[in-house]
Design a protein around this ligand. Structure first.
Ligand SMILES: [Zn+2]
Ligand SMILES: [Zn+2]
Length: 469
């Protein structure tokens, strides 16, 4: 028996508690951290990490009986309906033992090749064909890759756990699992990153993020306070440690995952240098990305026309303060001109936490050229390669992208920046559980154990030690 979203909104769906039902909806886009079989179904397509509706009648927490690998897609699910009363995490409706019943009103691409094959060629668009679970991966190969990754794996850029979002932060939206997929995939440390300019940016229909207005005085500082407090609540809830020094980093292991407090954008400084010290002491900030999607007081960004000619004098002052305090300086989203001046100013290695190499980046591209990457490498820094499906078709493609940059500037300067739950579209690395698959793809591409460990953690560890040391 089908349940509709209108019934959720009216409350009529409450009468279905315990029944076996079917419902159509959208799987939250890739980047949602999950445990196996865990997913979130919403009434409308999500566009980005900000899209989890606050209204509990517009989302369903799903515990599937099989892997449902359909992030970002519209699906029809069958399962046992459950209605919650005063759930502490803010959920109203759940679906247990859920299975995929193909896709509703689907275009042919809505069906997987596996589904087509399973249908034995008798497949028609009007029939509802169950899709079989994923074929078992080569377990031995994955186990070997996981072993080869080493213990100190580090993600240079993550918003995992549903940390960020223009609405999530003020509304205190529920978290999603973060520590558990880290443990399962062997990810020891993530740079857990709040976003500084969310209140004044929007996602356009073509999935670009643009600033839409100027912030009011104090607005982005207040938003950052809420964001850092939400980060503290997330790590406390999931028993994730916070790394503040080198000993803490060295001790981190995937069995007891840890986070480095980071901010994407220094907009909350609002031009006040003393706020760097405040964020260091009050929020344990150890990784600061200077700019994001708004041209702020520190400098120019890749996605908007330049107005400062690169890094501003205030941006240079912030870098010197970060060097002195022990905060990693991240120049992701900054223009090539910004990075060149930053490299002259800094006495510590620079990081580009999430980007990728392309020979000739187009106008407003988030990718970087070899020269741009080389400026960062020359500081002893590291460039995190990032997994949007718009750039790489799959993990083998991502491994190839890592290899191409390593071939240009050396394996000592390349890392991993997943942008977990921050991408506006699908990711080829949607969960930390996929990390051993990336490691296997890197090994298949020819990286040995030593290089693999540099890419997946060692290179950032070097930068962190040089900066915080
Ligand atoms: Zn970013
Ligand atoms: Zn991000």
């Amino acid at each position: 028996m089908q349940v509709t979203w209108a019934e959720l909104a009216s409350g009529a769906a409450e009468a279905r508690d315990g029944q076996w039902v079917e419902i159509e909806g959208w799987c939250m886009p890739a980047g949602i951290e999950e445990r196996p079989g865990y997913l979130i179904l919403t009434d409308e397509p999500g566009c980005c990490g900000d899209c989890l509706p606050a209204d509990p009648a517009r989302r369903i927490e799903v515990f599937a009986a099989e892997l449902i690998d359909r992030a970002g897609e519209e699906v029809r699910l069958a399962g046992r309906w459950r209605v919650l009363d005063r759930d502490s995490a803010g959920w109203r409706y759940q679906l247990y033992e859920a299975r995929l019943i193909a896709a509703p009103r689907a275009a042919p691409h809505g069906f997987t090749r596996r589904g087509m094959l399973a249908a034995g060629g008798l497949f028609t668009l009007s029939s509802w064909m169950p899709v079989p679970a994923l074929a078992a991966d080569d377990a031995a190969k994955l186990a070997a890759a996981r072993e080869a990754m080493g213990a100190l794996t580090i993600d240079l850029h993550s918003h995992g756990g549903a940390l960020v979002g223009r609405r999530r932060v003020p509304e205190g939206a529920p978290f999603v699992p973060l520590a558990e997929p880290m443990r399962q995939g062997g990810m020891a440390v993530i740079c857990l990153t709040v976003v500084a300019d969310s209140p004044v940016t929007e996602v356009t229909p073509d999935k670009r993020i643009k600033p839409v207005r100027d912030p009011a005085p104090g607005e982005l500082y207040a938003f950052a306070e809420k964001s850092f407090a939400r980060l503290e609540a997330l790590v406390a809830a999931q028993k994730i440690g916070i790394v503040t020094d080198v000993a803490g980093l060295r001790a981190a292991r995937a069995e007891r995952p840890a986070a480095i407090v980071a901010s994407e954008g220094a907009d909350f400084l609002e031009g006040r240098i003393d706020r760097v010290d405040e964020a260091y002491a009050r929020w344990k900030l150890r990784h600061l990305q200077l700019t994001h999607y708004r041209v702020n007081e520190l400098g120019d960004i890749q996605t908007e026309p330049p107005v400062h000619g690169g890094l501003t004098d205030f941006g240079a002052e912030v870098i010197r303060r970060c060097n002195r305090l022990g905060i990693v300086v991240d120049v992701a989203h900054g223009t090539y001109d910004l990075v060149k001046r930053a490299a002259k100013v800094t006495t510590k290695p620079l990081v580009v936490s999430h980007s990728s190499f392309t020979p000739k980046p187009g106008a407003r591209s988030r990718q970087i050229s070899e020269e741009h990457a080389r400026v960062v490498a020359n500081t002893g820094g590291v460039i995190g390669i990032w997994p949007p499906a718009s750039i790489f078709a799959d993990l083998a493609g991502m491994a190839e992208g890592i290899a191409r940059l390593a071939d240009k500037i050396g394996v000592d300067f390349v890392g991993l920046g997943t942008d977990m739950m921050g991408l506006t579209g699908p990711s080829v690395l949607p969960s930390y559980r996929n990390l051993p698959e990336l490691a296997a793809a890197l090994m298949a591409r020819g990286f040995g154990k030593e290089d693999l460990q540099k890419i997946l953690g060692g290179n950032y560890r070097r930068v962190f030690e040089a900066t915080i040391g």
